[in-house]
Design a protein around this ligand. Structure first.
Ligand code: ADP
Length: 392
């Protein structure tokens, strides 16, 4: 087990800065996930921890050691990648023990480690199976067991579930969490899938364009996103955003206003802000008593319904767009996505009145993209520290 620290780590390629002054302090035994859209620098960051890529600037520390210039084999790490490369002509036992045999470990020690690792990934009775006799999930478990037997200080996993089908991926998420609980080893995990990041990690590091946006517990990123990028990236379906202005009495946009006290908001009236609200924090009039602090009603027309079973996604059109039949686009200021209970009797084409829950409204400063306030009725006044560690 070991703490992993990146200090001002930058990686420049000729005309791209893949990772820009990254600072990460990963606690001993923590499961953290690097998440962000394709090209944001996740793999490059991971490769610099692994020793596969050398930083242009900055230092990488594992445990007490500065490993910035050490080769991968001297870093006390094990890696699991997306492409499961098992040796096809070797059975499970030989695949798992390959690295140990190469390093001339004693037979008894190899047997002990292989048995332990196989039981952790629940492959005990299958040590003589060949790769072509196993499912994709079983092969991935063998790859994980092969990483476990090396008893590393840190596991590095780069999209290890990406090639598995959806059902197996969800199952393997649970297995990886169990594995982490059992081994208590530091895990650094890479994925572009925010749901995977949310469900498994102690903390997630959200990256965009090589820069760290927020490093915090999944629910903190969800409830108190540091900026508009994190707000839009974490959560599915995505948060609604409306462009408008802060006024003396609240928020004003082309198609709706929302009143709230603005003294605590760190931008002066007249300045452009973006209001963010998640689909589950928009309420139709029929369920308005469920909101903590509903805003004034907003007139809308129901464009499209998407029944999901446990909830219904309702695409709403505001203002002139209502009636034009051009909905389904929730990125514009003239639409909102609302999620309602399946008990709702809302139908496509209905004229409805909806309210936003003030307690769940986020405001972002258009000048910087940074969060100003989470919950306008609580009037916290300032967003939580965007980049720093959470309070312990
Ligand atoms: P992610 O893993 O988040 O998809 P990467 O870390 O692979 O992102 O890449 C980050 C950025 O660095 C991208 O713009 C990518 O094109 C660039 N990049 C990565 N590796 C190289 C390389 N070897 N040479 C040049 N540019 C690279």
């Amino acid at each position: 087990m070991a703490r992993v620290q990146l200090t001002d780590v930058t990686k420049r390629y000729e005309d791209v800065t893949a990772v820009d002054e990254m600072n990460l302090d990963i606690r001993d035994g923590e499961f953290i996930t690097l998440v962000g859209p394709s090209g944001c620098g996740k793999s490059t960051t991971m490769e610099m921890i692994a020793g596969l890529t050398k930083p242009s600037d900055g230092t990488v520390t594992i445990g007490e050691r500065d490993v910035t210039t050490l080769p991968p084999k001297d870093r006390g790490i094990s890696m699991v990648f997306q492409n499961i490369a098992l040796f096809p002509h070797m059975d499970v036992y030989d695949n798992i023990s390959f690295g140990l045999r190469l390093r001339n470990y004693e037979k008894g020690e190899i047997d002990r480690r292989v048995e332990d690792a196989a039981s952790i990934v629940q492959m005990e009775g299958m040590l003589d199976r060949m790769p072509d006799e196993m499912s994709g999930g079983q092969r991935q478990r063998v790859a994980i067991a092969r990483a476990i037997v090396r008893e590393p200080d840190v596991f590095l996993m780069d999209e290890p579930l990406a090639n598995l089908d959806a059902k197996l991926r969800v199952h393997m998420r649970t297995e990886l969490q169990r594995l982490h609980q059992e081994l208590e080893t530091t895990i650094v995990y890479v994925t572009h899938d925010q749901a995977e990041a949310m469900t498994m990690s102690d903390r997630i590091a959200v990256l965009n364009r090589g820069e760290l946006q927020q490093f915090a517990a999944p629910l903190t990123c969800y409830n108190e996103p540091a900026n508009e990028f994190v707000a839009g990236f974490i959560g599915s379906p995505a948060m609604n955003f409306t462009n408008g202005d802060i006024t003396a009495s609240g928020f004003s946009s082309t198609h709706y206003d929302a009143s709230f006290p603005t003294e605590g908001v760190a931008v002066a009236p007249g300045n452009p802000v973006t209001l963010g609200v998640r689909p589950e924090d928009v309420y139709p009039e029929e369920f308005i008593e469920d909101a903590v602090d509903p805003t004034e009603l907003i007139g809308a027309e129901v464009d499209v319904l998407e029944p999901m079973g446990d909830e219904i996604f309702v695409y709403l059109m505001l203002g002139e767009k209502a009636g034009s039949g051009m909905g389904g686009d929730v990125s514009g200021d003239d639409s909102l996505l609302m999620s309602v209970s399946p008990d709702s009797t809302i139908a496509e084409g209905d004229r409805v009145e909806v309210a936003l829950d003030r307690a769940k409204i986020h405001l972002f400063d258009d000048a910087t993209g940074e969060a100003l306030v989470h919950g306008v009725s609580r009037r916290t006044g300032a967003a939580t520290d965007a980049r720093g560690e959470e309070a312990e």
